[in-house]
Write a protein that binds this ligand. Sequence first.
Ligand code: ADP
Ligand code: MG
Length: 211
Amino acid sequence: MKTSFILSVATAIRDTILNNESTLESLDRAIGDGDHYINMKRGAGAIVDMQAELESLSPDAALNKIGLKLLSTIGGASGPLLASFFMGMAKALKDSGDESVPTYAAAFAAGVDLIRQRGKADIGEKTMLDVLIPVANQFKALAAANANVKEICTALIDTAEQGMLATKDLIATKGRAAGLGERAIGHIDPGAKSCQLMITAVCQQRLHSKN
Ligand code: ADP
Ligand code: MG
C-alpha cells in the first residue's frame, strides 16, 4: 500500500459520505441525536484537506496522523473510536514492517480491536462493530487462504452490507441508542452504515487502482 492510495481513498470516503447525507442523517435522527452525518463530513473533509502534509509520509505515519486528526475534529462517540482504528492500524503496520496482504488484514483487525477495547463493545450490540468485526475476520481468513484482490474486495463489500443490514433487528446495548430498548428495532445503526459505506469505497478504489 502506498500513501498515494491512502490519499485517493480519503477522497473516495469523503465523497461517499457526502452522497449519503440524507441516509446518515435520518438514521442518527431515528436512534441517536442526528449529528452522525455532520461528524463524518467534518472528519472526512479534514483528512482530504491534509493531502499536502500526508503525501511525503510513510503509510503508517500517514494513518497515525489521520487518527490524531480525527480525534481532534470529530466529536461524539464515533470520533475517538474511528481515531483508535487508524492509530491501531498504523501501529500494527509499523511493527510488522512488511507489505503482504496478511499484514494489511492483521493491521485492519488490530484497528478494529482497538475500537472494541476503547468502546468496551462487541459484535451484536448494534454499533459500527457489527460491520467491522465480520469484515476483519473475513479479511484475515481470505488473506490466509491466498485469495486475490478481486475476491477479497468483492467478499468484503458483501460482508459489510450484511453486517450493516443485520443491525436493523438488534437492540442497542452501547451508545445513545442503548436507552431506546426495543424502540431501536427496525432502524439500521448509523455508525454501521457509515462504516459499510467507507469499506465499500475503499474496496472499490482498490479494485480500480492499478497498483
Ligand atoms: P454520538 O453517538 O456521540 O452522537 P455519532 O452519532 O457520531 O456520535 O456516532 C454514533 C455511532 O457510534 C453509533 O451509531 C455507533 O455505531 C457508534 N458507537 C457508539 N458507541 C459505541 C461503542 N461503545 N462501541 C462502538 N461503536 C459505538
Ligand atoms: Mg450522534
